[in-house]
Write a protein that binds this ligand. Sequence first.
Ligand SMILES: NC(=O)c1ccc[n+]([C@@H]2O[C@H](COP(=O)([O-])OP(=O)(O)OC[C@H]3O[C@@H](n4cnc5c(N)ncnc54)[C@H](OP(=O)(O)O)[C@@H]3O)[C@@H](O)[C@H]2O)c1
Length: 377
Amino acid sequence: MRTIAILGATGSIGSQALDLVRRYPDRFRASCLTASRSSEQLFDLVREFKPDTAALAVEPAALPEDVRSCQWFFGPDATVRALLAARPDDALCAIVGIAGLDAVWNALDVCERVLLANKEALVTGGDLVMAKAAERDIPMLPVDSEHSAIFQCLQARQGNPVRRLLLTASGGALRSWKKADMYAATVRDVLAHPTWNMGGKITVDCASMVNKGLEVIEAHHLFAMPAEKIDVVVHPQSIVHSMVEFEDGAVLAQLGMPDMRGPIGYAMGYPERMPYDARPLDFAAVGHLDFAAPDLDRFPCLGMAIDALKAGGSAPVILNGANEVAVGAFLREQIPFGRIPEIIDAALQAVPVSPITSIADVYAADAAARRAAEAKL
Ligand SMILES: NC(=O)c1ccc[n+]([C@@H]2O[C@H](COP(=O)([O-])OP(=O)(O)OC[C@H]3O[C@@H](n4cnc5c(N)ncnc54)[C@H](OP(=O)(O)O)[C@@H]3O)[C@@H](O)[C@H]2O)c1
């Protein structure tokens, strides 16, 4: 029996992880559940899972009598306080955005393993987080499907050098849209992801393909690979979850139907594979698998993210902060979709790149990026 904190329990990843906890009550106990403001949903989860601690970043108007059995924390640092009080074996870090960085950082102090969905934590604090994980010998188990696929392929590495990582990309909701039409794509257009059902922010990120850029940065940190050895290939069916190429030209791939419970369960059960009601992959029904090079002209955010990784220092933090501001504004229908790359570019131009040597440096660069992005809304 392992205790697990589900940080971001009310989200897309958190809910699917809890499905697996429900399925395997003799293997996992959710000892800490957190959310931002979805209080009614979190109350229901507390009633069902009876964790030791729970947290809401936004304090609710009232706490129902029947959820008071656990220790509650409220406020911007509530997630971390609930995590530190629960001291679970594992932390599933599934908060969206840089808001999840503190949780990842603190999980490395109290947990045996970190199960990482929150890619923005590595995009912004990757060097520091990975150094701390290595120093403390804490495994960082990827939950992102692409990184889980690479992690699975690397099990066959046997000490051999890797020539290249190939991250597959669905291409998002606007994959086949004309450039001229993309600028005015609506929230409804953008949230209609063809293969994955995910939270709002990541679905917008998929449509701009900044998500794939964030994943290149995440892969760089998780697998210690330089940007030059990480390629992106568009694969609309989302069946090949990603690939690893070795020096002899052999390419190993991990395939499966698109279902996030696969990579979530692989991280939770690692090294064991836990069965769930996964749809079997029917090759004859799929018929064909397509691949194409990404179009950096229609999806400039992907190129900007890779350039930010190459620039190093605070550049990825600036890109991420500006993207979070722009995506928030787009989801509030304050700006058209086409302004997202413009705002990211403006922030990258306006904020000087500086070295990152501490978590405080990360937050300073993030704040500067947000100010620059907000000035452009
Ligand atoms: N969804 C996927 O299939 C998928 C796949 C790969 C990677 N990921 C990554 O996993 C992470 C989570 O994605 P998601 O799609 O699950 O997001 P989501 O559905 O939007 O859920 C986000 C979770 O984080 C909580 N949260 C948001 N802001 C917070 C804050 N400031 N403080 C504390 N908690 C906060 C939310 O609580 P409330 O409900 O109260 O707002 C919710 O529980 C992202 O980094 C994403 O890139 C997701």
